[in-house]
Design a protein around this ligand. Structure first.
Ligand code: HDD
Length: 693
């Protein structure tokens, strides 16, 4: 049992709302005890059900009303609690209290999500991932409602409904679920060149993260830090995962969508349950107000990044997620994020996408959560005290005595204006001088749609580029309209001629004649090659065994991997126990047929002649190894196990003194130790996208 003092303030606040069904008897909503919920009240044992049965009516009525509208976007998600801890005082830039002192901890709730698919869609679809954080600060709730990409599809919020209509399932058939690979999406994008930069991210492996714990997060917009004395600094927010940035490959993602539609949410849940608390570092790019126009692009344009090489990311704190919700609906479904939930010291800029969001999030909660009192729902309640003259409405929970208007004298003038004496902790809007015509025109500084799309392309490793080309070919290959395909390919001709030519070739189309490179610039910080992290903590490794497996090798492998923090699962044809070659029992974690290689990061097969023979004859085992190879995963084949590579038709020769080649760690006898060592470092590299065969 966790002690009360060790639990954060939000957790303790929620205690007041938690049900305690232990040792309880069944009651109605009114607290009346009920002795039978299995049989409706009826006239005679075979007679009609009676309207008088208030318990039956109440139970069914409540059930009938259990569902609320799902989020119009980001409907599928997973949430967790944790804390944010500041590294240092940022008082020089912002008066935000939660950033005011080294070591200050603030409770948080984070919800990760996909965008396109409905609540029941698969996790591993190609999509943007939402990364929304609610900080329960002492000065009120601050929501950083970001994504795992640093840019967006459109520059102005007025286009958001069009974009969402286009990317969502087609309006007649409601297909496809959880996929952008369809005509309306590409029709829209091909007509909106401002989406090109975002499309590069969407077609990259960033759109199929291995884990929520292994993806970056971005606030996207340029925000503003504001000091107590009203000085502003422009700021972009970055979350960087401690485990490094890792992705799936497309074939794997598609198989995983069937093998485990809950792949990402299960991964998050299990990591937290097992005490491997996911962690991110929060970083900021700070730009002095005076430098707002010092870039070749507009800081108010959400289709642009500030390359990290130009303005380095300064780490300012870390976030740890250490607690799973107790009730998905109450916590993860009812949490309501809002970009306009800011605290003193954090303010907006005039980014037109952000300005529209500041309207949309409050508005959407009114329909989704059924009225204006959703901030009284436990998950949404701030820790800071709430006093105002908002009254009544659906679901009002508070009994407000006294006056309900301002100014008043009968209520002692309360709630009074805060900070009348100039006190800290009061929100004051940044004073910005605005001067302009009332006009429906976007600034010309928003016009360049290709330089940063090309910057992204230029910064990719060869294998990342290959994956981008394959993704474009897949997505556009699903488009039925040749005109849309051609328009999109022509558009890519403004990013890079090679990219456009390769995509065109894959579609059986002609490359655009007017191609040019959108930019010669490179930003190494964009490539996943440069975003790895040391260690193999929480990577999942499957160890395949059968009767006669070398138990000593199995134990040594398991121990070594576990020491390194990996999660090891032993798989065999059936659950239970298998006998090792020396008669030792090997405990099996999971039956092979209930698992799949796509659910693991690496595969090891210990030696043992009899066992390997069994595995060679088992199509599930052979497929397991072949698939892991195809997906570029590290493989360790000890002793006779290398024969399984042959059975899987893989181009690997047995070597006694193995040089680790492309994550294939093969060897026998006294080199087994070395094979394991090399296996660990191969897992650390995550993936070997260029493999023979
Ligand atoms: Fe949004 C949800 C992120 C542009 C309107 N958005 C939503 C969520 C995330 C984002 C993470 C899910 C929050 C949760 O877990 O509950 N949205 C973004 C980012 C954007 C963005 C990073 C661009 C930089 N969004 C955007 C625009 C609009 C919206 C331009 C409207 C004009 N977004 C919404 C919404 C949602 C939402 C309709 C649906 C459910 C919700 O808000 O609570 O209001």
């Amino acid at each position: 049992m966790t002690t009360d003092e060790s639990r954060d303030a939000k957790n303790r606040q929620l205690d007041g709302f938690r049900a305690h069904p232990e040792h309880s008897a069944l009651t109605t909503d009114q607290g009346v005890r009920i002795d039978d919920t299995d049989n409706a009240l009826r006239a005679g044992t075979r007679g009609p059900t009676l309207l008088e049965d208030f318990h039956n009516r109440e139970k069914i009525t409540h059930f009938d009303h259990e569902r609320i509208p799902e989020r119009v976007v980001h409907a599928r998600g997973a949430g967790a609690y944790g804390y944010f801890e500041a590294y240092e005082s940022l008082a020089e830039y912002t008066c935000a209290d939660f950033l005011g002192e080294a070591g200050r901890r603030t409770p948080v709730f984070v919800r990760f999500s996909t965008v396109q698919g409905p609540r029941g869609s698969a996790d591993t679809v190609r999509d943007v991932r939402g990364f929304a954080t609610k900080f329960y600060t002492r000065e009120g709730n601050y929501d950083l409602v970001g994504n795992n990409f640093p840019v967006f599809f459109v520059q102005d919020a007025v286009k958001f409904p069009d974009f969402v209509h286009a990317v969502k399932m087609e309006p007649d058939s409601e297909m496809p679920t959880g996929a952008s690979a369809h005509d309306t999406f590409w029709d829209f994008c091909s007509l909106q060149p401002e989406s090109t930069h975002m499309l590069m991210w969407l077609m990259s492996d960033r759109a199929i993260p291995r884990s929520y714990r292994m993806m970056q997060g971005f606030g996207v917009h340029t925000f503003r830090f504001v000091t107590d004395d009203g000085r502003g600094t422009l700021v972009k927010f970055h979350w960087r995962p401690k485990l490094g940035v890792h992705s799936l490959v497309w074939d794997e993602a598609q198989i995983a969508a069937g093998r485990d539609p809950d792949f990402n949410r299960r991964d998050l849940w299990e990591a937290i349950e097992s005490g491997d608390h996911p962690e991110w570092e929060l970083g900021v790019q700070l730009v002095p107000e005076g430098d707002e126009h010092a870039f070749g692009f507009d800081l108010l344009d959400a289709t642009k990044i500030i390359p990290e090489e130009q303005v380095p990311v300064r780490p300012i704190g870390r976030m740890v997620l250490d607690r799973n919700p107790q009730n998905f609906f109450a916590e993860t479904e009812q949490v309501a994020f809002h970009t306009a939930n800011v605290v003193p010291g954090i303010d907006f800029t005039n980014d037109p996408l952000l300005q529209g969001r500041n309207f949309s999030y409050l508005d959407t909660q009114l329909i989704r959560l059924g009225g204006p009192n959703f901030s009284q729902i436990p998950i949404n309640r701030p820790l800071a005290e709430v006093h105002h003259n908002h009254r009544d409405g659906y679901g009002q929970q508070v009994i407000h005595p006294g006056t309900n208007y301002f100014p008043n004298s009968l209520g002692g003038g309360c709630p009074a204006h805060a900070g009348a004496g100039g006190g800290a902790g009061v929100f004051r809007h940044y004073q910005e001088r605005i001067d302009g015509e009332k006009i429906r025109v976007r600034s010309a500084s928003f016009d360049d749609h290709y330089s940063q799309a090309a910057l992204f392309w230029n910064s990719m490793a060869d294998w990342e580029r290959r994956h981008i080309v394959e993704a474009f070919r897949f997505e556009l290959g699903k488009v039925e309209s040749a005109a849309v395909q051609q328009r999109m390919v022509d558009n890519l001709g403004n990013v890079d001629p090679e990219l456009a030519a390769q995509v065109a070739d894959g579609l059986g189309m002609t490359a655009p004649t007017q191609s040019r490179r959108g930019s010669e610039e490179v930003s190494p910080a964009l490539s996943q090659e440069n975003l790895r992290a040391p260690g193999i903590c929480t990577r999942k490794v499957a160890v395949l065994v059968a009767e006669g497996t070398d138990a000593a090798q199995t134990d040594a492998m398991r121990e070594r991997l576990a020491d390194e923090g990996a999660v090891v699962e032993v798989l065999a044809e059936k659950g239970g126990i298998v006998g090792g070659a020396d008669g030792t029992a090997i405990e099996v974690d999971r039956a092979l047929r209930t698992a799949a290689s796509v659910l693991y990061d690496a595969v090891a097969v210990p030696g043992g002649a009899e066992a390997v023979e069994t595995l060679e004859a088992d199509p599930a085992a052979v497929r397991f190894v072949a698939e892991a190879y195809r997906h570029g995963k590290p493989l360790a084949m000890l002793g006779e196990a290398s024969r399984l590579m042959h059975a899987a038709g893989l181009p690997v020769t047995v070597v006694d003194d193995p040089a680790p080649s492309q994550g294939l760690c093969v060897g026998a006898g006294e080199v087994a130790d070395r094979v394991t060592r090399e296996f660990v470092s191969a897992i650390e590299q995550h993936r070997f996208p260029v493999r023979p065969g």
